[in-house]
Design a protein around this ligand. Structure first.
Ligand SMILES: Nc1ncnc2c1ncn2[C@@H]1O[C@H](COP(=O)(O)OP(=O)(O)OP(=O)(O)O)[C@@H](O)[C@H]1O
Length: 649
């Protein structure tokens, strides 16, 4: 038996090629093999020496004894692994990892020569740095060098000795005539199997393509794909219908199917990722175009504006159902005072930006009204407006409300998890009302959202990017809260990018009359307000601002039984706290109320005693004259005898 010695560079290659040679000539020749990187400590003598690659030829010569016949093997990629490479998505960036630059570039060359150029190869060898995210790596056995971040590693193993070298070996061993046929059959059998598999894949792809075509044909939009020269590669049924075209369109040019030359210019123009409106057969259509660089293809979608309006309406209906809409616009903000007009003007300007806003103002001054108007005037108006009030929400709930949770995040968590308000508000505005009441823990989380523009659900590990404008409001002095360490300073400045301070009603008394008439008219009534009542209401301090005014209108309208609101229609508690009643009269009224509430008569004597007890210096005469005054004003009724005084409202 003739002796064949194989010399390979690495142990890995030695083992693979040894196995391959055994398969072909193991029955007719004695095969021994050596790997240089394992060390060779003897002179090799054989009838034939096969060296695995010319890269190690010089090295290998040192171990060869005398004048042996040497063949330097030509090697080829193992065909059986090609199949796996075909499954890498088209255009994907792929690391080609090998032990040195030469072998790496050589390997890329073979793969390209084999027609595997549907991916973009990035050479990688020891000393290289990975500077971008890559999902696939191909390596001929150098798995340890592949960077850890790469998820899919395809080890194509060492290249095998190609059929031409096998023929040379057979000739050297005088086995060619007998064995060649059998060996080529073995070799081609593998290739035929590969071809079969590729045919199978391509059949599946055709099926998948037909399926996708059915989906695209069923879509409401028109879809067109064409190359840089305008040659049509795909058109769906809907677009054919819109154009009134049938028959063969594929392979034609966009110029032939559209009569609107502006549209043709737009389609074949270089601009990508853009939208415009064109008229097709009398119908307004929004055309959106984008460029698929790797495919050298433009995709254009055609959507009728009627469909878009319908879609918008449907979207709005859904937002209304969920309550995620803004009720007010700037027209709903009543008042012509300079202070309010100025604030409205600033707010209008702010609504044209997409910046975070902080609205400060006492309770009832219209903070939610302004937030709502800003949203409705902004670019986000057709998207959700979601409000959350921190004063009425326990901390534990606030977090899950805002960020949502994954299934099983805590006991009681809903199956399938739940979207939080930030996710619900995506594309729109979130209104964080009474932000001063948010806990420090929540403040930290909100700060992260403002900084990173992303959230993570409770119990989740996925980062969800969000596109939400934030409007925060407070009736507290946030600056003071910051100084007391109750509010994060960094969050304060992140929120106060834009700032609106709403003036309290007492600082814009000019608005009171208009507001009163507005709220009365809103009830569908035409009641007048008596001058003295209007004076009284105008001089009142309005601690509850417009909300209080609105409530008082409700009250007055309900109790008024004439055509005019008069003093008796004012709520009593308001009069007590009102500032138009003289202080001495207020004291007397308060005492009468206390006595009446206890079921006691409010006689002058009793009133005098209480005054004395409280160190109020009223004589009986003084009390009598004030009671008379109050009776004339309609506050009370003085009864004769022991009946005492009774409050009548
Ligand atoms: N300028 C205004 N014109 C018309 N209505 C107003 C005006 N200001 C406030 N309102 C009405 O007053 C009520 C209270 O307003 P809103 O809820 O916006 O106040 P707020 O400042 O957010 O109050 P809070 O701090 O208590 O939450 C609402 O019914 C609102 O419609």
């Amino acid at each position: 038996m003739k002796k064949v010695a194989l010399i390979a560079g690495t142990e890995h290659t030695r083992k693979t090629l040894h196995g391959q040679l055994m398969g072909y000539i193991g029955d007719f020749a004695q095969i021994e093999s050596y790997a240089i990187d394992e060390g060779i400590n003897k002179k090799i003598k054989a009838d034939l020496i096969v060296i695995s690659t010319n890269l190690i030829y010089e090295d290998a010569k040192n171990y060869i004894d005398g004048e042996c016949k040497i063949i330097i093997a030509k090697r080829i990629l193992n065909y059986t692994v090609i199949e796996r490479l075909l499954f890498i998505p088209k255009g994907e960036k792929v690391l080609l990892v090998n032990d040195c630059p030469e072998t790496t570039f050589e390997c890329i060359d073979w793969l390209k020569k084999l027609g595997l150029n549907h991916v973009e190869y990035i050479p990688f060898f020891p000393g290289c740095m990975l500077s971008e995210r890559v999902n696939y790596a191909i390596t001929p056995g150098e798995v340890e060098i592949v960077p850890k971040e790469v998820k899919n590693i395809i080890d194509i193993g060492p290249r095998l000795i190609d059929i031409v070298t096998i023929a040379e070996i057979l000739k050297e061993l005088n086995l060619y005539d007998n064995k060649w046929e059998k060996i080529t059959l073995m070799y081609f059998d593998k290739i035929i199997n590969l071809a079969k598999n590729i045919a199978q894949i391509s059949m599946e792809r055709t099926k998948a393509f037909e399926h996708i075509k059915m989906v695209l044909d069923g879509m409401k939009e028109g879809i067109l794909a064409f190359d840089g020269k305008g040659k049509i590669l795909f058109i769906n049924e809907n677009l054919k219908f819109l154009l009134g075209k049938s028959g063969k369109i594929l392979g034609g040019n966009v110029k032939e199917i559209f009569s609107n030359y502006k549209l043709v210019d737009y389609l074949i123009g270089k601009e990508s990722d853009s939208s415009d409106i064109f008229e097709i057969k009398g119908e307004k259509v929004i055309v959106t175009k984008f460029w698929l660089e790797n495919e050298n293809t433009f995709i254009a979608t055609f959507k009728s504006t009627k469909d878009i309006e319908e879609l918008e309406k449907q979207r709005k209906r859904e937002l209304y159902k969920k309550g995620y809409y803004a009720k007010y616009t700037f027209d709903d903000i009543i008042g012509e005072s300079e202070a309010l007009k100025f604030t409205k003007e600033v707010a209008r300007k702010i609504s044209k930006t997409d910046l975070t806003v902080l609205i400060e103002g006492e309770s009832g001054t219209g903070k939610e009204l302004f937030a709502s108007a800003i949203h409705n005037e902004s670019e986000r108006r057709n998207n959700p407006f979601v409000a959350i009030n921190f004063s009425s929400l326990p901390e534990s709930l606030a977090e899950s409300e805002l960020f949502g949770y994954e299934e099983g995040a805590f006991t009681g968590a809903l199956k399938g998890g739940k979207k939080g308000l930030f996710e619900q508000a995506n594309g729109g505005t979130i209104f964080l009302d009474e932000i001063g009441d948010a806990s420090l823990k929540l403040q930290t989380k909100l700060l992260r959202v403002l900084q990173e523009k992303e959230i993570m659900r409770i119990g989740g590990d996925k980062i969800i990017p969000i596109d939400v404008r934030i409007i925060a409001a407070t009736n507290k002095n946030l600056r003071e809260l910051v100084e007391r360490g109750e509010f994060r300073e960094d969050l304060y400045y992140r929120l106060k990018v834009m700032y609106i301070k709403l003036p309290p009603l007492r600082q814009r008394r000019e608005d009171i009359k208009e507001l009163l008439n507005h709220f009365i008219a809103n009830k569908g009534l035409t009641l007048k307000i008596k001058d003295d009542v209007l004076n009284w209401l105008t001089s009142y301090n309005w601690p509850g601002n417009v909300r209080e005014l609105k409530n008082i209108v409700e009250y007055m309208v309900a109790v008024c039984d004439g055509k005019e609101i008069c003093e008796k229609d004012l709520p009593l508690d308001m009069i007590f706290t009102g500032n138009n009643l003289r202080k001495d009269l207020k004291i007397i009224l308060n005492i009468i109320e206390e006595l009446n509430n206890k079921g006691e008569n409010a006689s002058r004597r009793k009133i005098k005693k209480i005054c004395d007890d409280r160190g109020i210096n009223f004589t009986e005469q003084m009390i009598r004259s004030r009671l008379k005054e109050l009776e004339e004003m309609g506050y009370l009724k003085i009864r004769k005898g022991r009946g005492g005084t009774l409050l009548i409202r």
